[in-house]
Design a protein around this ligand. Structure first.
Ligand code: CP3
Length: 349
């Protein structure tokens, strides 16, 4: 029998319905962090054509192509813009390249003078190209598929800017503990640039945005307060002032039982939670996105089906967005990613 409710809502986005607390369907909407990427052969082919990862980020036709690739393979509810959190520091003027096998190499900010040399992102070639990718992608997606934009949160982005690319956050943590004036000003500057950047993505057609604070779990106490929660709260407020209806997902990775405080930031629509977060212990009135272990995908389809079942029974589907606790890992079998999406879609009591 045809499910009339689902039929009638075929032109609506299941993801946006949950984010805006409209009555949701019978299974949670699903998308996966890093759903576009090197585990997909069709991604590797386009990346080869683009030349490098950075070239791919600024080639709107090819970036739009890799954004929609996972939706051709899998019955996902959303596409996430193909770009990187390091677009913002790059657009501010820091050189950026990705070394094969080593990750990002970025220019550094470690003084007042370095900070003063940074440019606003909005006029940059980089941000124009990313916004063009948003437009081209939106034009290729049907109305039931949402397009998610994103940026990195100030702490995570600043940690790369201080270290010069590698994910060693020790120098940034020292600057944070010492409350170095240039560091405090860098966080403030990233708040302002991120508001402009996310607003530009929304103007170009992004229908929801996610703020990635991948290293939020590095900080505790007043540093967590001042360099993670307050800056994210300021971005949410700034974006909401320009786009009151734009849903905003906050992914503060590693903050464990401080997650409810991220959810309580005025204007935040949902929180993304890592694998280690116990869904049953979260407040019952917040929309939660997560939290399948990306490593479970490497253990095969049977493990994946069991874990999907466990997660989907742990949380009320009216306020659940199915996702991973972190991005899909390199070397994941694309067929197992398909098994995740199918298992969520079949989850129907
Ligand atoms: O999720 C998606 O599919 C959308 C695109 C996206 C990428 N990076 C593409 C990417 C998003 C949302 C990001 C976010 C991002 N980038 C984060 C936050 C999320 C997280 O993973 O914690 C961070 C910390 C970065 C910085 C970054 N980008 C690093 C450290 C690396 C190198 C790691 C590696 O796997 O080599 C990247 C590269 C990157 N970003 C790739 C992709 C598809 C791989 C690059 C390639 O094609 O070679």
């Amino acid at each position: 029998m045809i499910d009339k409710r689902r039929d009638a809502s075929a032109s609506r986005s299941a993801l946006l319905d949950v984010l805006t607390r409209k009555p949701a369907g019978r299974r949670p909407p699903v998308w996966l962090m890093r759903q576009a990427g090197r585990y997909l052969p069709e991604y590797r082919a386009v990346r080869e054509k683009a030349g490098s990862f950075v070239d791919l980020c600024y080639n709107p036709e090819l970036a739009a192509e890799v954004t929609v690739q996972p939706l051709r393979r899998y019955d996902l509810d959303a596409a996430i813009l193909f770009a990187d959190i390091l677009v913002v520091p790059h657009a501010m003027g820091l050189p950026l390249k990705f070394e094969e096998g080593e990750g990002p190499v970025l220019g550094t900010v470690r003084s007042d003078a370095d900070l003063a040399a940074l440019k606003p992102v909005l006029a940059s070639h980089e941000v124009k190209q990313v916004c063009r990718t948003v437009e081209l992608t939106r034009a290729q997606l049907s109305p039931d598929k949402a397009l998610i934009g994103f940026c990195g949160a100030p702490w995570t982005v600043a940690s790369y800017m201080v270290a010069g690319g590698s994910s060693d956050r020790v120098m940034a943590k020292v600057a944070a503990y010492q409350r170095q004036p240039w560091f405090v000003a860098l966080i403030e500057r990233l708040v302002a640039e991120s508001i402009d950047y996310l607003s530009a993505q929304a103007d170009a057609g992004a229908q929801a945005v996610q703020i990635f604070d991948s290293w939020a779990g590095d900080l505790v106490g007043s540093e967590l307060e001042d360099f993670v929660l307050k800056p994210i709260g300021a971005i949410v407020a700034g974006v909401k002032a320009r786009h009151p209806d734009l849903p905003i997902i906050v992914f503060g990775r590693g903050i464990g039982m401080e997650q409810p405080r991220a959810a309580a930031l005025p204007g935040a629509s949902a929180i993304g939670v890592e694998t280690e977060t116990d869904l049953a212990k979260l407040p019952k009135d917040i929309v939660v996105q997560g939290n399948l272990d990306p490593v479970a995908l490497m253990a095969g389809p049977d493990v994946v089906r069991r874990e999907v079942e466990r997660i989907c029974t742990a949380i009320d589907r009216q306020r659940h967005i199915f996702n991973l606790g972190h991005g899909i890992r390199l070397g994941t079998d694309p067929a197992v990613v398909g098994a995740v999406v199918d298992a969520v879609r079949r989850f129907d009591d």
